[in-house]
Design a protein around this ligand. Structure first.
Ligand code: 6PG
Length: 199
């Protein structure tokens, strides 16, 4: 297990600069999260030359793509006018090798849609799995598709972008102690894990 690194600068601009450096390397495949944190970072990334970049959601709420809760819909709104190739998450899809996985972390330690009620025994499944969070998160009470923990962990690198004191404590505690999804992911990660935190 590689020890996760806490970035010295966890700001939106620092996250965007980190991702821009990956994009600049050429043909790259990136998985982006849903939630509330990404929007300002998406706006920064949309200014890049994304003509050799493929972006897919790390997880998806099972709603129509034009539903405000759709993560793929959010990617379309953010990057649809760019030259990025956007890939929806579908059951049974062949997940391409991922150059960078960007994840948020929930207050319960979930990453993507791997919630604490998703058994660790499913971590080794490959590809896209269907899950039902229990309890359904009030901010997005939908069943989900998610890249499996094994697929997430296989990425060349993982970044966790978290905001606020409570989430810093969740991540700090998970990494050293318990069996929350974020802890299991960090332990299973093949590549570097960098945490971008700001208050
Ligand atoms: C989703 C996300 C989810 C999110 C975390 C953090 O589909 O909701 O992929 O895993 O990243 O819940 O969300 P915030 O960015 O709102 O803190």
């Amino acid at each position: 297990m590689t020890e996760p690194r806490w970035a010295a600068d966890g700001s939106d601009a620092a996250v965007a600069a980190h991702i821009a450096a990956v994009v600049a390397q050429g043909d790259r495949i990136l998985a982006f999260p849903g939630g509330t944190t990404p929007a300002p970072i998406f706006a920064l990334l949309a200014a890049l030359d994304l003509s050799r970049t493929t972006i897919l959601p790390g997880d998806e709420r099972r709603v129509p793509v034009d539903h405000p809760a759709s993560n793929f819909g959010a990617l379309q709104r953010a990057f649809g006018a760019t030259r990025a190739r956007l890939l929806p998450l579908t059951t049974g899809m062949q997940v391409p090798p991922l150059d960078l996985v960007w994840l948020g972390v929930g207050p319960d330690g979930h990453v993507a849609s791997i919630f604490p009620n998703v058994a660790a025994s499913r971590d080794t499944e490959v590809g896209v799995i269907a899950v039902t969070p229990d309890p359904l998160p009030p901010e997005a009470p939908f069943t989900r598709l998610t890249l499996s923990l094994a697929s997430l962990a296989s990425a060349a690198e993982i970044i966790l972008v978290i905001r606020g004191e409570a989430k810093r404590r969740v991540v700090e505690g998970a990494i050293t102690a318990d069996d929350l999804p974020v802890a299991r992911l960090v332990r299973a990660a093949r590549g570097a894990v960098t945490i971008f935190w700001s208050a």
